[in-house]
Design a protein. Sequence first.
Length: 388
Amino acid sequence: MARILFVSDAVWTNTGYATVTRHLIPYLAREHEVILLPFAGTVQGGFSKEVFGVEVLPSITSVQDIAYWCHEKGCDVAVILKDPYAVPEIRNLPVFHIMYSPISEEPVPKEWLDIVQNAIRVWVPSRWGVVQYIRAGGSKEKVRYLPHGVSTDTFKPILDTPREELRVKLNPKLKDVDVVIGMVAVNRQRKLIPNQLEAIKVFADNNPDLKVGVYLHTSVTPDGPHGGWYLNAVIETMGLKGKVVFPEQHYYRLGFSEAEMNLVYNAIDVLLELSTEGFGLPIIEAQSAGCPVITLAHGAGPEINFLDLNCRVLAKHYTIRGSWWGIPDPHHAAELIERALSFDRSKIAPKLHEKAKSFDWELIAQQTLKLLEEASEEFMPQKVGGGT
């Protein structure tokens, strides 16, 4: 048994990292002692094991806290589920650590590689990301593929209720539409929300007899310092005013439960995820719920798109670090929307749900435990017979 300091977003926050943490930790805690050091946790103190099943420390205030708590709690290793850019000084700390980080840009910047250079393992949640990491000069010996997962007991098709009723539950303004196209994404630059809306605009113009509704599960204004848009202005400029609805913004920031998100995916006809993703939790969640998804043919999306609805890359959006994300071709995306709508939902939904079961959290947890055991040769040699 190892003592693990798990560093990621607080499990009660509304982020993808929090979702992964929330599902993995209970499984890890069955085999190991796990202590959670959260980003965006409480400042005044942590929680005892009685609250979340593992001890939760006060919120991280600097990367130095990782070394402090590792030594204070006698941890064997730190598993850091976070973008490396959030913990740049980790490379200098005297701590055995595993970086579990998505890659969502090409090529992988030198800064990314420098930050993870002293990690004993680098876990990447997509095969595309593993290829990019190695191609950029990352260590083949250190990198491992470890996808994220989905709760298939929660995300499942709702076929006994007409979609029209589900749409009204989601938002009464969707009552009289013929088609609902959805997006689930934070409002920041990489998600390219205006480019995705442009695809919907092309589809609507190509189908003037259809009443198209759009459910945009995001914040109306930019989400933090990472770029973004005042979406009401974008929507008006594109001529989509009156077609787009958002969740109630206060409720959105608190976070929808997984059961509520299952309603979202069942109420919409197709989900757009036309951005370069490091994994793409909404992609696997939506398909587990039986909803077709259109992804971008760049990044992790295609490897978990069970219907191969992958949109061509029209151009490249270059980042400040010299890497790039793909920009979707709106006309090809519009064609793929029509294709997605051609499926019989009652027939395709059970098939998508069945395929999603290969990413069930219990299976992902088993892979995680195996990778931890394999990595323990580095951080616990005396306990596995690998040295003194």
